[in-house]
Design a binder for this molecule. Structure first.
Ligand SMILES: Cc1cc2nc3c(=O)[nH]c(=O)nc-3n(C[C@H](O)[C@H](O)[C@H](O)COP(=O)(O)OP(=O)(O)OC[C@H]3O[C@@H](n4cnc5c(N)ncnc54)[C@H](O)[C@@H]3O)c2cc1C
Length: 378
């Protein structure tokens, strides 16, 4: 996520005086549509409502400023609906069962060897409140005094944001102090013939599905691929993980990857490592045929692409602040800010999408991508 702010904003400002949020006395925020907006001017405007933006907005309000968060999808971003929360809700039951299974005295009381899949999905649905943000994140954000707007936002100039909604509404908003671009990331779909046309699952479908494919092929052996391989194998699916890397979880120690792979293999998960997809075909019966560089072809019922993500910054006009063009990361020093040619400062804050230049694993150094910026299933 990137915050663009002027130099005048860096001087002692209310934002730097207080970092805590919720105990302040402030009025509750309001959930707006474009036509119901009461003002077009806020001190701080955040585009995107995920983890990267909410602390910015709530701290601004706690410091006595006004803040607006704009989102085109569910308020709360990926984490509560399609990422951290549902994935852990899907994983926890089999973890608990395995733990009980490893302890004599508890093990003897286990009457069924595997999880109750319907109950696992119901538990996940309870955590996501059935993907109804007005039962979950909307009230929590409004409680911080932040206003919310359901719309697509685009930076159109210094501290200027254009908003548009599906019903045709548009408006131009002004930020007195700062606009925070907190637009997260979208899955990367590798450029393999037939893959996009096959309409593969992304992590969004994998975390929200209530069906278990008989055979799931997972492309990518990073954290998300391994989590979904773990979850779906615990639901009884046959799972095959295909990765170009020599070991799974390539961003962690080799030994750790090996341990996780052996554990997954003991559950029946199959791995094709150092393997590239050459072609994918969705067949008439909805099955998926996957051809690989090693000559192995597999037919499965579903394919999940968990092969990395790209910053969702296309259309955000960050280039007007001197950010590099499509796909290139913003180069920063260890303290993260970056002066730009327009004497603005891009301030990199904690966010989701990670790039190699970031020294902290939770800091996002955004680039721009040329692809359309949308969540595939939305
Ligand atoms: C399966 C899975 C499991 C994960 N598990 C964990 C975990 O256990 N722990 C962890 O720390 N991280 C986990 N992550 C990563 C975590 O979900 C992300 O790091 C986090 O959601 C990123 O937050 P964000 O605010 O940067 O972006 P997001 O949560 O993606 O929010 C961005 C928001 O911006 C909105 N938006 C985009 N463009 C516009 C626009 N032009 N106008 C208006 N709105 C816009 C989007 O609709 C979205 O709501 C997981 C990810 C996945 C996929």
């Amino acid at each position: 996520m990137v915050t663009a702010r002027t130099r005048t904003f860096i001087a002692p400002s209310p934002l730097s005086l207080k970092m805590t949020t919720t105990s302040e006395t402030h009025a509750k925020g309001t959930l707006f549509s474009i036509s119901s907006l009461r003002t077009h001017v806020y001190d701080v405007i955040c585009i995107g409502s995920g983890w990267a933006s909410r602390p910015i907005a709530s701290r601004a309000v706690a410091a006595g400023l006004t803040a607006l968060i704009i989102d085109k999808d569910l308020m709360g971003g990926d984490c509560p609906f399609w990422a951290c929360v549902p994935s852990k809700a899907l994983l926890r039951p089999s973890e608990a069962l395995e733990a009980a299974n490893s302890v004599g005295g508890a093990r003897e009381r286990i009457t069924k060897p595997s999880v109750d899949v319907e109950a696992v999905f119901a538990r996940r649905d309870a955590f996501t409140r059935g993907w109804d943000d007005e039962k979950l994140l909307v009230p929590a954000i409004l409680d911080t005094g932040t206003d919310l707007l359901r719309a697509t936002g685009m930076l159109i100039g210094e501290k200027k944001v254009d908003v548009s909604s599906k019903d045709g509404g548009t408006a131009e908003l002004i930020a007195r102090h700062a606009v925070a671009v907190c637009t997260g990331s979208v899955p990367t779909i590798p450029d393999v013939p037939g893959l996009k046309e096959a309409k593969p699952w992304t992590p969004r479908e994998a975390t929200s599905s209530s069906k278990v494919p008989d055979h799931l092929i997972v492309i990518g052996a990073g954290a998300v691929g391994c989590e979904m391989a773990t979850a779906y194998s615990s639901f009884g699916a046959e799972v095959t993980v295909i990765s170009t890397t020599a070991e799974i979880l390539p961003k962690v120690d080799h030994e750790a990857g090996q341990l996780v792979r052996k554990s997954l293999e003991s559950r029946g998960v199959k791995f094709l490592l150092q393997t590239t997809l050459t072609r994918v075909e969705r067949k008439g019966d909805a099955s998926v045929l996957v051809m690989t560089s090693s000559g192995v072809s597999i037919t499965a019922s579903e394919i999940l692409v968990a092969a990395g993500r790209k910053a969702c910054t296309s259309g955000s006009m960050l280039e007007i602040f001197g950010a590099p063009p499509a796909g290139n990361p913003v180069e920063v020093d260890e303290s993260l800010p970056r002066q730009t040619r327009r004497r603005q400062q891009l301030v990199l804050r904690r966010g989701g999408h990670q790039r190699p230049l970031a020294p902290d694993p939770h800091v996002q150094v955004p680039g721009q991508d040329s692809g359309e910026c949308h969540h595939p299933a939305s």
